[in-house]
Each structure stands twice: as structure tokens, then as C-alpha cells.
Design a protein around this ligand. Structure first.
Ligand code: IMP
Ligand code: MG
Length: 191
């Protein structure tokens, strides 16, 4: 696989589509077992980044369940702004419901902490979290991340739903920022 160029930055292959699918298999299996006695859970996808993971995860969930989405945003460029804004409210009631939050990536934990606050304020009965990617080295939250499909170092990644300034979400594999290649390309001015 080759590097991809997104605006001013070069990214190198990090995880293949097939590896991602295997990680999702494992997470789905655990969720199907753990929640088998829970009453009709709601899988809550956090937009936009989770859309690919959400689709692939839900195809493997064999439980009776509902699905819905919420949009929160805290990122500009390649680092967190630290402020989490609720852009699109909950589209259905979570009162007395068992919730499985489906995230693309848990980094500092700001987003997930804010989301738990919103869900608790709205009377959720239980909350669990499934995330495609988890950066334990960067995580500052106190909430337990129940189902991390993959744990990764503090590097910036794109693809499979994850973006760099809104582009790269459609890449089917995951790529990681390649600082050397980015500098090289800057020097020779290729894009
Ligand atoms: P947190 O609030 O710091 O945990 O950040 C969570 C959000 O930041 C994710 O839902 C992503 O939208 C974004 N994010 C964090 N790390 C990355 C990354 O490596 N690539 C792309 N987006 C990221
Ligand atoms: Mg996100």
C-alpha cells in the first residue's frame, strides 16, 4: 500500500481493511455475549467519524436493538480543541434505556465524558462504550472504555471514518501521519 496525501500532510498505511474487520468481529462477539440479557439496547453512533464502524459493527450484532445517532465536535485540524459541542441533539429518548455508545476514536476522553453527562442527565439506565480506536496514552477520562476494537499510540490517524480536516473519511484502510514524508514532499512541493 502507498502513502496518501491529504492537503499538506502525508499518511502511511497503518491498518488494513481486513485487520479492521477482524478487530470488529472480536468486539461484536463480546457485545453479543455481554448484552444478551439486557432489554433492547440502543446503539448510539457518534457522528461523523463512527459511520463506517457503526455499519460494520451493527451487521454483526445479533441482539434485538435500536440504533440512533448524535453529533458532537471537539476537533480542529490534528489536535483537540478541548471543547466539546453538541451539534445535533439526541434523536430519541434514552430514559431507562441501556445504551451502547459507538465511537470512532477515544483520544483525551473529552467527548465521551461529555456524552456520558448528556446521557445520564437524560436518564439512561446503563451506558457502555465501543470504540474502533483507543489511545490509552492520551486518555484523561475516568470512564471505563468497555469495548476498544484497537488500542494505538498517540499518533494521528485517518481513514475508515476518521478525518483530517474533514477529508480522508472514505479511505477503507487506516493510515497514520508520516512526518518525514510530509517534510520531503513540502521541500519538493508535490501534492
Ligand atoms: P477526545 O474528545 O479527545 O477523546 O477526541 C475524540 C474525537 O477526536 C474523535 O471522535 C475524533 O473525531 C477526534 N480524533 C481524535 N484522535 C483522532 C485521530 O487520530 N484522527 C482523527 N480524529 C481524531
Ligand atoms: Mg468523533
Amino acid at each position: 500500500m502507498k502513502n496518501v496525501q491529504l492537503y499538506d500532510k502525508s499518511f502511511k498505511p497503518y491498518m488494513s481493511y481486513e485487520e479492521i474487520q477482524k478487530a470488529i468481529d472480536a468486539v461484536a462477539e463480546k457485545i453479543n455475549i455481554d448484552l444478551k440479557d439486557e432489554h433492547t439496547p440502543i446503539f448510539l453512533g457518534v457522528l461523523t467519524g463512527s459511520f463506517m464502524f457503526f455499519g460494520d459493527l451493527m451487521k454483526r450484532i445479533t441482539l434485538e436493538c435500536e440504533t440512533c445517532f448524535i453529533r458532537l465536535a471537539s476537533y480542529e485540524g490534528t489536535s483537540s480543541t478541548g471543547q466539546v459541542k453538541q451539534m445535533l441533539g439526541l434523536t430519541q429518548s434514552v430514559k431507562d434505556r441501556n445504551i451502547v455508545v459507538v465511537e470512532d476514536i477515544v483520544d483525551t476522553g473529552g467527548t465521551i465524558t461529555e456524552l456520558y453527562k448528556i446521557l445520564n442527565e437524560n436518564g439512561a439506565k446503563s451506558i457502555r462504550t465501543a470504540t474502533l480506536m483507543y489511545k490509552p496514552g492520551s486518555y484523561k477520562g475516568s470512564i471505563k472504555i468497555d469495548y476498544p476494537a484497537c488500542s494505538i499510540p498517540n499518533d494521528f490517524i485517518v481513514g475508515f471514518g476518521l478525518d483530517y480536516d474533514q477529508i480522508g473519511r472514505n479511505l477503507k484502510d487506516i493510515y497514520v501521519l508520516d512526518p518525514e514524508e510530509t517534510e520531503k514532499r513540502k521541500a519538493i512541493n508535490v501534492r
